[in-house]
Design a protein around this ligand. Structure first.
Ligand code: GAL
Length: 690
């Protein structure tokens, strides 16, 4: 799909977009005027309208009441506010689920998931699709020439609640998908190893979704079901997008992905990214010490999904949400600081859920741009300040995030495969990825995030953190990359199986064994309160590889000390580096603890240690800002211009950072001649030469 950004309304200049979900149909009409006045006051310039408005747009089968939406769009247009118009198909109205209960999804136990909240529809239901496409078509026909319309927003967070459906419709869809993937039952049985537990399939109709059964389901079936479920939703998205493209060819189409900290992920965002005219994401901060780092990581993943094209932050929150066990709020300044984190990572639009805080309903205590307290509130004043900040940052528009010194491979297939379990319940794919991403931040580098199938050969260093699945093409690509001079890092739990989850025999990690020059015989789980100490002062946790073979041309960077509780591990190599061709290949056989991982990056891999005297960042106390206090620096570049975004990662102290150029925006920061002092939660944006 060719990249296309929302249109600019006639008579307006392109700007960084700022706004949020706007649900006027949930309010009396006499409040709309006030909404537009306050939007203008906050410099809001785009809103997403009608996400959950199906019941108010089609109150009865085939009866449409668009007049209220006409008035909303006209009012917004008059106020100079653009509209990202939702197709309103996110949640079917009650009349539809009553007339057609066969669109309701079923859970693993075969029970119906009833209406009463939202997204109660089967991604594979033809009936649902017929009704939804009919509404989307009516919307497109009615608003195709409306001057406020700048982009389309298909449905909402597809798969957030209806990711898995175990109904008969899903069974048929799954059978069709498998036929396409495997062609023959032989290939399917081979992939699923049908002989195991006598589960050989002799007719496609025998295949069902992985419903509740006696004990663990076949892991490759589970993995395929996750792939299928992502594709089924994508097919649905494409059906709406195709219709919109046909009726309004010049209006770009998107839907909001969910690249955010969570246990699972509904769709393969890298795959989806290639099908959206522009990528949009929803992100909600973690209310603990991971807040800034996790947000940066999610934003960097989104930038990778967007292939470094500017992307749209469709939702985030001004303060607390209402769905965590404890809903901690943001600290003063963090609305702006967080927006800057997304912009630094490539967002050209910063939007929120939602414009006006609901007065009733499930989300009435979720923060918004305009809180219950109204215009005269700290929160709304900060929102207005954010509007000013984004206006000041206009020059950043359309620049791209500069290529980092290191790319990290993020792999949905591997993530889904890890969910089948291996060795230890302490393992969590996203937490492992975060561990390594943060170690690079601690060493002063914000990594780029790439998918293993894409072109990552232009990076100096490429890391495969816990990438358990790798096909032969990937190992060959890695070999070629190192031969040509690349620096490759492979960690424990990578390259163990192919994409059918078949283990490479002869020693792990089969996909990379020869290139790395190491042979792992077994994996060793390390207990929660235990660790392995290494001979260079580092330590490892959770996982250790039993490395019984190291080729002669490998440098052993660290060995396990005799204190290890697993006796067979004592004295064994655990971190190695092999020179190969013009490059080198590292193997890290354990989860190095945070400071060891930082040292590995700082001293050996990224060499960020070599900072000329006096150029290091210092904390207020005078200490060099290292590790968790290392400031975060990200650059966006365009046409010979460079914008550097700098953030203080230290929660308690100010940090003084050497910097060149002119400040474009300062948040809780003071600019000196060649340095800037940032308070906790402070940030600065500098315009510097490239
Ligand atoms: C998102 C959703 C919004 C709102 C928000 C609350 O998942 O798209 O409609 O519910 O969460 O945080």
């Amino acid at each position: 799909m060719e990249y296309r950004w929302p249109k600019t309304m006639t008579g307006q200049e392109p700007k960084l977009l700022f706004g949020g979900d706007y649900n006027p149909d949930q309010w009396p009409e006499d409040i709309w005027e006030e909404d537009v006045r306050l939007m203008k006051k906050a410099k809001v310039n785009v809103v997403t309208v009608a996400v959950f408005a199906w019941a108010n747009l089609e109150p009865e089968d085939g009866v449409y009441t668009f007049e209220w939406l006409d008035r909303v769009l006209d009012k917004l247009y008059e106020g100079g506010i653009a509209v990202d118009l939702a197709t309103a198909t996110a949640t079917p109205p009650r009349w539809l689920t009553s007339a057609h209960p066969e669109i309701l999804p079923r859970n693993k136990q075969g029970e119906v998931l009833w209406p009463g909240s939202r997204q109660q529809w089967r991604p594979t239901s033809e009936v649902f699709r017929r009704y939804a496409l009919r509404l989307a078509e009516k919307m497109a026909e009615r608003y195709k020439n409306h001057p406020a319309l700048v982009s389309w927003h298909v449905s909402n967070e597809l798969g957030c609640h209806n990711r898995f459906d175990y109904s008969d419709d899903a069974a048929l869809g799954f059978q069709k998908w498998l036929k396409k993937r495997y062609g023959t039952l032989e290939a399917l049985n081979d992939s699923w190893n049908g002989a195991f537990w006598s589960q050989k399939v002799t007719d496609w109709s025998q295949i069902i979704p992985p419903r509740e059964s006696m004990c663990g389901c076949n892991p490759t079936t589970l993995l395929d079901f996750k792939r299928f479920s992502s594709d089924a939703l994508l097919e649905y998205y494409e059906a709406e997008a195709e219709l919109l493209h046909r009726i309004t060819p010049d209006v770009p189409v998107t839907t909001n992905l969910m690249i955010i900290e969570n246990q699972t992920n509904p769709v393969d965002c890298f795959k989806w990214g290639r099908h959206l005219d522009f990528v949009s994401n929803d992100h909600y901060y973690l209310p603990d010490e991971r807040h800034l780092d996790e947000m940066t990581m999610s934003a960097a993943i989104t930038d990778g999904v967007a292939d470094k094209n500017p992307w749209f932050l469709m939702e985030n929150s001004t303060s607390s949400v209402n769905w965590r066990p404890i809903n901690l709020r943001k600290q003063p300044g963090e609305i702006i600081r967080d927006a800057l984190v997304h912009v630094a990572n490539g967002a050209d639009a910063v939007c929120f859920f939602q414009w006006r805080q609901s007065r009733a309903g499930a989300e009435k205590f979720h923060s918004s741009l305009l809180p219950h307290a109204g215009e005269d509130s700290r929160l709304f004043r900060e929102v207005c300040e954010l509007g000013n900040a984004l206006t000041a940052l206009k020059p950043v528009l359309k620049s791209r995030v500069e290529q980092a010194k290191i790319a990290m491979v993020y792999d949905y297939d591997s993530w889904w495969s890890w969910e089948n379990g291996l060795l230890t319940q302490l393992f969590d794919y996203r937490a492992e990825f975060y561990h390594w991403y943060r170690a690079a931040l601690d060493a002063g580098v914000a990594a780029d995030v790439v998918r293993k199938e894409d072109a990552w050969e232009s990076y100096e260093t490429v890391m495969f953190p816990v990438t358990i699945l790798a096909d032969a093409e990937i190992s060959e690509k890695a070999r070629h990359y190192v031969e040509q001079g690349g620096q490759l890092i492979v960690t424990y739990g990578s390259g163990i199986m192919d994409s059918r989850e078949h283990v490479y025999l002869g020693g792990y990690p089969g996909a990379f064994r020869e290139l790395l020059g190491v042979r792992v015989e077994e994996f060793v789980a390390i207990d929660e309160n235990d660790k392995i100490e290494l001979d260079n002062g580092w330590s490892g946790q959770m996982w250790a590889d039993d490395i019984t073979g190291v080729s002669e041309d490998c440098e052993v960077v660290s060995r396990i000390l005799p204190s290890a509780s697993d006796r067979a591990l004592r004295g064994q190599a655990i971190v190695t580096r092999r020179s190969y061709g013009k490059g080198s290949a590292w193997y890290i056989g354990t989860k190095l603890d945070r400071s060891s991982a930082e040292q590995l990056f700082r001293e050996r891999i990224l060499k960020t240690d070599a900072v000329p005297d006096g150029k290091e960042a210092h904390l207020l106390s005078g200490e060099v800002a290292r590790g968790e206090n290392t400031p975060l620096r990200i650059r966006r570049v365009k046409d010979g211009q460079c914008f550097e975004f700098i953030f203080n990662r230290c929660a308690e102290q100010a940090v003084e950072v050497p910097v060149a150029g002119h400040p474009l925006y300062l948040l809780m920061a003071e600019a000196g001649e060649d340095r800037v002092v940032l308070e906790p939660s402070g940030a600065a944006v500098y315009l510097c030469g490239q």
